[in-house]
Design a protein around this ligand. Structure first.
Ligand code: C2E
Ligand code: CA
Ligand code: CA
Length: 305
C-alpha cells in the first residue's frame, strides 16, 4: 500500500493517486506486503528513474549498448570452455552504468526484451565466428529475463529458434529461481521447448532465492551457478563452506553441472576444485571484457603448439 496526503502531497485526485502509486512502488521494491508514506525523496528518485529510462531508450535505439564477455573456466581441464555475455551501457559522457541499475528499469517496461535480444544476437555471432576461427567449442551463456522467456506472439517466439542456429556454439540460457516460482506451468513449457532445441538451462544466483529445491528435478535444469555471496566466504566462514559442499554434493547426485561465480582468489579456486566443482567464473579467471580482448585472452590461454 502506498499512502499520499491531501493537501500536502497533491491538490488534485489524479496527482494524489500517482504519488500514492510511487510510494507503493517503493514498498514493492522492498519485497511487497508492506506500506509506505509518500516522500519528497521518492519524487526525486522517480524523476531520476524517468530520465535514466528515457536515456536508456535512446541508447537502445542508437545501438549504444555493447556486450562484454567473461570467461568460464573448467576446473578439471584447466582451460576456458565458455563465457557469459554481459550487457554494457556506456553513457555519452563516457561513464558506465551498471546493469543492476538499468536492467530492472528495462524489465518494468519490457525494453529488456530488446536488450536481451541484442545481447543474444551479438554474442552468438561473435562466439560462433570465434569458434569457426579457432576450431574450439566455446560455449555461450546469456542472461534471459522473464519478459523474454514468456513472450507469446510468434515473431518474438523466434528468439529461441534463432539462438540454436550455430552448431559449433553450445548455448546456455541463465534464468533466476524467481522465474520458476512466478509461473511454474508456463516456465515448464518454455524450458522444455528450449531444452528440446538443444539449449542448456542454468539457474543463476543459486541459493539466494526463495524457491523450493524440487524444481531441480521438475524442470530441465542442466546447471546452476553458486552465487558470489557464498564463494566470497570460502576460507572465512565454515558454515558457508559447508553450504557450498552440500550444493556440490546435491548437484552430483542429480547430475547437474555447477559453476561457481565470483571466484577472486587461488584459495577459492583450490577449494572448489577439491570439491569437484565443474566450472569457475570470476575476476581470478578473467574480468568481463570487450570482444577483441576476450579473443586475445582466449588465444593466450591456449597451450602453445
Ligand atoms: P549475473 O548474471 O549474476 O552476472 C555476474 C555479475 O558478477 C556480473 O556483473 C559480473 O561482472 C560480476 N562478477 C563476475 N565475476 C566477479 C568477481 O569475481 N567479483 C565480483 N565482485 N563480481 C564479479 P554485471 O555485469 O554488473 O551484471 C550484473 C547483473 O545484471 C547480472 O548478474 C545479470 O543479472 C544482469 N545482466 C547483465 N547483462 C544482462 C543481459 O544482457 N540481460 C539481462 N536480462 N540481464 C543482464
Ligand atoms: Ca548470469
Ligand atoms: Ca549470477
Amino acid at each position: 500500500m502506498g499512502i499520499a496526503f491531501f493537501p500536502d502531497d497533491a491538490l488534485d485526485s489524479e496527482t494524489l493517486i500517482i504519488k500514492a502509486d510511487q510510494a507503493m512502488y517503493e514498498v514493492k521494491k522492498d519485497g511487497r506486503n508492506g506500506w509506505q508514506f509518500y516522500t519528497q525523496e521518492m519524487q526525486r528518485k522517480s524523476e531520476k528513474r524517468h530520465s535514466l529510462y528515457n536515456e536508456l531508450v535512446s541508447a537502445v535505439n542508437n545501438e549504444e549498448l555493447s556486450v562484454y564477455y567473461q570467461p568460464i573456466y573448467c576446473n578439471k581441464e584447466e582451460r576456458i570452455v565458455g563465457c557469459e555475455a554481459l550487457v554494457r551501457w556506456k553513457r555519452a559522457g563516457g561513464s558506465f552504468i551498471p546493469p543492476d541499475e538499468f536492467i530492472p528499469l528495462a524489465e518494468e517496461s519490457g525494453l529488456v526484451i530488446r536488450i536481451d535480444h541484442f545481447v543474444l544476437k551479438t554474442a552468438r555471432d561473435f562466439i560462433s565466428s570465434l569458434n569457426t576461427e579457432t576450431g574450439l567449442n566455446i560455449g555461450l551463456s546469456v542472461n534471459v529475463s522473464a519478459r523474454l522467456l514468456y513472450m507469446r506472439d510468434e515473431s518474438s517466439q523466434a528468439w529461441f529458434y534463432e539462438i540454436k542456429a550455430p552448431s559449433n556454439t553450445p548455448i546456455t540460457v541463465e534464468i533466476t529461481e524467481r522465474i520458476l516460482v512466478e509461473d511454474a506451468t508456463r516456465a515448464l513449457q518454455v524450458l522444455n521447448d528450449l531444452s528440446a532445441s538443444g539449449i542448456q538451462i542454468s539457474i543463476d544466483d543459486f541459493g539466494t532465492g526463495y524457491s523450493g529445491l524440487s524444481y531441480l528435478s521438475r524442470f530441465p535444469v542442466n546447471a546452476f551457478k553458486i552465487d558470489r555471496s557464498f564463494v566470497d566466504k570460502i576460507g572465512k566462514l565454515k558454515t558457508e563452506e559447508a553450504l557450498i559442499e552440500t550444493m556440490l554434493l546435491m548437484a552430483e547426485k542429480l547430475q547437474i553441472k555447477v559453476v561457481a561465480e565470483g571466484v577472486e582468489t587461488q584459495e577459492q579456486l583450490d577449494f572448489l576444485r577439491d570439491l569437484s566443482c565443474d566450472f569457475s567464473q570470476g575476476y581470478f579467471i578473467g574480468r568481463p571484457m570487450p570482444d577483441s580482448q576476450f579473443r586475445e585472452h582466449l588465444l593466450d590461454s591456449l597451450p602453445a603448439k
